[in-house]
Design a protein around this ligand. Structure first.
Ligand code: KG4
Ligand code: ZN
Length: 358
């Protein structure tokens, strides 16, 4: 197979990448729109869509030039087709389809969650590669779920959040502490100097059966603690202790939920032995450490891709495209982007490669 172009535009990163068949990254570029959205304290869908429209052509031109390839030399074009913000999904999908039509290439509509899930299989990431089946813990700003990854297009969601995603909880608590958006990295820096034991915040669902998550009660407890100290900025010491207490509670809950998920995974597949963590929250050191300990205790190996591959990027989209194209899984040009697209609804059965347009 010739190299594949991947496009990511489902949220607030405008990204493009070219990978060869073996999964080697020939070129990649991620443009974060963070500074466009920061004044509003979160992603503004209309601003995101317009930014994708403005910057995607240049991103694609840049990676194609860096890879030294013309479009006609590609083996396919893959773009995130959902879930995500519909404006950005339309921009990325239509752009990919345009290239596919003009150069008679197969087009792949990649499920963004499957792209996160398959990243661990990128050659070179883990010695010997990660084989199916494995357990995925996806912890990002928009998603918090445990997934049994049993093959390309073969996924079962074991548990999910009942309210906020883990990253969303980090962002909301960071806001309470006056840290700006996105708050996860700033909160982690602040927590480094804090005393996690000073505020024993609740651990929602800890020890409960299954592997669902809940963060709204924890967020409320933090809000009440902040309010107790009156209006205005908190003393730095106080803020650091609250941040550390919150982060410790999240890490403990994630480790507990992952432990339950690993047991559920073993019931499905006795040989399962890998826990993959992905999403922006996987960048958090305390979370990684807690998950590594939980995995070790359950006899699983923790695979945490490097942070740039855990957060949104186009390498994972191109790689998911390659995995699908290898199985003959391409999509028709009538594919409609899907703002909601659960992983267990991703097609996996071999289908005919889409006809190249006449
Ligand atoms: O996967 P991601 O880049 O984007 C999507 O949500 O799809 O994840 C972003 C989320 C944000 O909520 C951000 O605050 C959180 O990941 N995050 C972190 C850290 N870095 C990013 N949360 C905790 N600690 C971090 N170091
Ligand atoms: Zn994502």
């Amino acid at each position: 197979m010739r190299p594949v172009l991947g496009i990511e535009s489902s949220c607030d990163e405008t990204a493009a990448a070219v990978l060869d068949e073996a999964g080697r990254v020939l070129a990649e570029s991620v443009l974060s729109q963070e500074s466009d959205h920061a004044p509003y304290g979160g992603v503004v869908p209309e601003i995101a869509a317009r930014a994708h429209l403005a910057f995607l052509p240049e991103q694609v031109r840049r990676v194609m030039a860096a890879a030294g390839l013309g479009f006609a030399e590609l083996g396919g074009v893959a773009a995130s087709g959902g879930p995500g913000l519909i404006g950005g999904l339309i921009v990325g999908s239509q752009f990919a389809k345009g290239i596919a039509i003009a150069h008679r290439l197969p087009y792949v509509a990649v499920n963004h969650l499957e792209a996160h899930a398959l990243t661990a299989r990128l050659p070179g990431l883990v010695e010997g590669g990660v084989a199916f089946p494995y357990l995925l813990l996806l912890v990002s700003g928009g998603h918090c779920q445990c997934v049994a990854v049993e093959g390309v297009g073969r996924h079962a969601r074991l548990g999910t959040t009942l309210d906020d995603a883990a990253g969303e909880a980090f962002d909301k608590v960071a806001k309470l502490l006056g840290l700006g958006w996105p708050g996860g990295p700033a909160l982690e820096r602040l927590a480094a100097d804090g005393d996690a034991a000073r505020f024993p915040f609740p651990r929602p669902l800890l020890g409960r059966a299954g592997c669902d998550f809940s963060f709204s009660g924890l967020k409320t407890a933090v809000a009440q603690e902040v309010a107790r100290h009156g209006a205005g900025a908190l003393a730095v010491r106080m803020a650091a202790d609250i941040a550390a207490g919150f982060q410790c509670a999240v890490a403990e809950v994630l480790a507990d939920r992952a432990t339950h998920a690993m047991a559920m995974m073993r019931e499905r597949a006795a040989g399962a032995q890998v826990l993959v963590v992905a999403g922006g929250v996987a960048a958090n050191g305390a979370v990684r450490a807690a998950l590594a300990a939980a995995a070790g205790a359950a006899g699983f190996a923790l695979v945490a891709p490097p942070v740039r591959l855990c957060t949104d990027n186009a390498v994972m989209v191109a790689w998911a495209g390659i995995e699908r194209l290898r199985l003959g899984l391409a999509d028709g040009l009538d594919f409609a982007p899907r703002p909601r697209w659960p992983l267990d609804a991703v097609p996996g059965a071999p289908r005919r490669l889409a006809e190249a347009p006449a």
